[in-house]
Ligand binder design. Structure first.
Ligand SMILES: Nc1ncnc2c1ncn2[C@@H]1O[C@H](COP(=O)(O)OP(=O)(O)OP(=O)(O)O)[C@@H](O)[C@H]1O
Length: 340
């Protein structure tokens, strides 16, 4: 488990103090893919760099397993860092070295013998899907392939923790999805704990099981992804969730929908993540003498189930009974927008 207590980082800039990370507390369980999301300047990059002491904290402790990282001497820190891989937004590859040589680099530093090194490099190349490209130079690779090299290099010393600092932010959407799938695969295959920093909520949605939202150097909200997505508490979290659900636009549309669909009952159904909710609409149509007119909606999948909203119109003799049935289901929340 990773345990972070009272972490603080103050930079001094033109004789002014900038508090980048401010009394940050966080607990990450083994095997988590833990997402940290926040707007630019929230302190995410500083935070992730404090974990392996690429930045020295001003205050606080970072504990990984039974090692207090923040109290280690420089030489002990070097050894402890073999347990903490890191992936960067701009890959940070060595441009004059081939793919295989880039991946071998951390193994050379930790003194692994040549034969063992070559074997490990081949395993890693296979793992990240770069077979056949071992002799290419970074300049000859696509962005996604460069990041695969970055990931393989980060995994070279078989770390227990992988820190990803905006690992997909320089990539197009399709490549982002491939890299996220690779991270998920590695998490499952190797049981690796991943802390992933991002400003993109869809990255959190795709692969994280837990999320922390950062603002002004602090964690302002945290929890299981599905809980935070379905019941965001803070304004900043609501803004991030709206990136995915488009609920901002939805509010504007509701007035129009009410005018356009004046018959029957208009309902907003919020799906709360349980997989059981997926057949609710079809069950409704089977059980009651009604028509369901789906007017608007966005349902999306997370690691914890589906969530999102649907706006529907119920029409027919049993529309009230159908509405009552929906209200009794505890895997959804139902709000009556209009009842003719
Ligand atoms: N080396 C530094 N010296 C002075 N101030 C810094 C330094 N590094 C970061 N900061 C400041 O600390 C704050 C947090 O920056 P940080 O880069 O950690 O945020 P972020 O959430 O990662 O944002 P971004 O995604 O834009 O990098 C910002 O106000 C930034 O200007």
């Amino acid at each position: 488990m990773i345990s972070i207590e009272g972490l603080k980082k103050v930079f001094s800039l033109n004789n002014k103090d900038v508090v980048a990370v401010d009394n940050l507390n966080l607990h990450v369980e083994d095997g988590d893919i833990y997402g940290v999301v926040g707007y630019s300047g929230a302190g995410k990059s500083t935070f992730v760099r404090l974990i392996n002491r690429l930045e020295e904290p001003s205050e606080g402790t970072v504990k990984i397993g039974d090692k207090v990282i923040t109290s280690l001497s420089k030489s002990d820190l070097r050894i402890a860092r073999q347990d903490i891989g890191m992936v960067f937004q701009h890959f940070n590859l060595l441009w004059s070295r081939t793919v295989a040589e880039n991946i071998a680099f951390p193994l050379e530093i930790s003194g692994v013998e040549k034969q063992e090194r070559e074997k490990r490099v081949l395993e890693l190349i296979e793992l990240v899907g770069l077979a056949g490209r071992e002799d290419a130079y970074p300049a000859q690779l696509s962005g996604g392939q460069k990041q695969r090299v970055g990931i393989a290099r980060a995994l070279a010393n078989s770390p227990r923790v992988l820190l990803c600092d905006e690992a997909t932010s320089a990539l197009d959407p399709e490549t982002t999805n491939q890299i996220l799938r690779l991270l998920q695969d590695i998490n499952e295959k190797l049981g690796l704990t991943i802390i992933l920093i991002t400003h993109e909520m869809h990255v959190i949605r795709k692969i994280c099981n837990r999320v922390a939202v950062m603002e002004h150097g602090k964690v302002v909200e945290e929890g299981n992804v599905i809980d935070v997505f379905t019941k965001p508490q803070q304004q900043v979290t609501q803004n991030f969730v709206e990136q995915l659900t488009g609920s901002n636009e939805e509010e504007e549309d509701v007035t129009e929908l009410k005018e356009k669909f004046q018959e029957g009952i208009l309902l907003r159904i919020q799906f709360l993540g349980e997989s059981a909710n997926q057949t609710i609409i079809s069950q409704l149509v089977k059980q009651f003498d009604i028509h369901v007119n789906i007017l608007q909606g966005k349902i999306t999948q997370t690691q914890g189930g589906s969530y999102g909203t649907l706006i529907v119109q119920l029409l027919g003799p049993q529309q009230d009974e159908a509405m009552q049935y929906l209200k009794e289901q505890d895997v959804i929340e139902v709000e009556v927008i209009q009842h003719a």
